[in-house]
Design a protein around this ligand. Structure first.
Ligand code: ZN
Length: 336
């Protein structure tokens, strides 16, 4: 029986705070080139979205409407020194333009764009299910990490992280894992999780029971059936530093099995990291398991098409290190 090897939902996906009821008012003029100043003074205030970590400061949330246009905004309480970043609508829109391009193949799942910060580095971006709407996802980005030294949106780490986050949406959307209303309403109930896991004949994760043909289920069967027990023990370590040390040791004991050390965190991070290598690097020629994990994605024409669309979009122009080897998002704290 597949074990649940992922982190608890609230950690995976940035904090799942109640994303305020977003006003999905149409905003026809909000295309990518529309960099006019936002009128933040007229936006309603609301609590930080549930799902964004308590250690991150939410600045504002845009509803994402239609085929990825930005709609109504909700301002979140933020200290005065972050007001400039909160009100910098032109930068928000440039960040969204990059994210929308990278997420194009999965944009139908993304219903909110959250701008947050924890200062430079640490968490760069995350995705999480919108509270009360588990088939809808929020993409959250740290505005402090989105600009490179030239003031351009992008850069290797940030762009890499967006591709990584896209991998989570590919694996966890409701077409892959049908929404289980009971689980969605009681995400922290261990007895319910045990009950649902026992009733699931495929790979089980907090979001629910994967379809037989789901990416995570086939990825589990090919690469994780002998790893989940060791990984689950690591995930049970409460102390963050000790757990990160254990993940590093797990990677160093299995360097041919993971594309990065961060991939050794759990199957969802492994999937997102292998996906990122699939998108951003040439087809591997080796025969190590980490190469097989990248080659796995070439078996799915829909993913090959998504890769080609990203690479031909111009979204990668900020990735100066592309051909010299990628830096993984490893030491930064990172939720799904
Ligand atoms: Zn992740």
């Amino acid at each position: 029986m597949p074990a649940d090897v992922s982190a608890p939902r609230a950690r995976l996906c940035l904090p799942l705070l109640a994303l305020v009821a977003l006003l999905f008012s149409a905003c026809e003029g909000a295309d990518d080139e529309d960099l006019e100043d936002g009128d933040a003074s007229t936006s309603p205030h609301g609590p930080a979205p549930e799902g964004l970590g308590d250690d991150l400061t939410a600045l504002l949330t845009y509803a994402v409407v239609g085929s990825g246009e930005l709609g109504a905004t909700t301002l979140h309480d933020a200290p005065d020194d972050l007001q400039d970043q909160q009100e910098d609508a032109p930068v928000h829109r440039r960040i969204w333009a990059l994210a929308r391009t990278i997420f194009a193949s999965q944009i139908r799942w993304v219903h909110a764009f959250v701008v947050f910060t924890d200062g430079p580095d640490e968490t760069l971006a995350s995705v999480f299910q919108i509270h009360g709407e588990p088939a809808q996802w929020a993409l959250a980005v740290d505005i402090a990490d989105a600009l490179d030294a030239n003031g351009d949106v992008g850069g290797t780490d940030f762009t890499y992280t967006l591709v990584h986050e896209l991998g989570h949406i590919i694996a966890l959307n409701a077409d892959q894992i049908p929404v289980d209303p009971e689980l969605a309403a009681n995400p922290e109930d261990p007895d319910l999780l045990d009950e649902k896991r026992a009733a699931c004949s495929t790979f089980f994760i907090e979001e629910g029971c994967t379809r037989p043909e789901a990416f995570l289920n086939t990825y589990y069967e090919q690469f994780w059936s002998d790893l989940d027990e060791a990984s689950a023990q690591i995930e049970d370590i409460d102390d963050d530093a000790a757990r990160e040390d254990a993940i590093e040791a797990f990677y160093e004991a299995n360097p041919d099995r993971f594309v990065t050390a961060y991939a050794a965190s759990n199957i969802t991070e492994d999937f997102a990291e292998s996906w990122s290598y699939f998108v951003l690097r040439a087809e591997p020629e080796g025969d190590a398991e980490k190469d097989a994990k990248v080659l796995y994605f070439y078996d799915y024409p829909v993913l090959v098409a998504a890769r080609e669309d990203i690479l031909s979009s111009g979204a990668m122009t900020g990735m100066s290190a592309l051909e010299r080897g990628l830096r993984a998002p490893h030491p930064r704290r990172h939720r799904r």
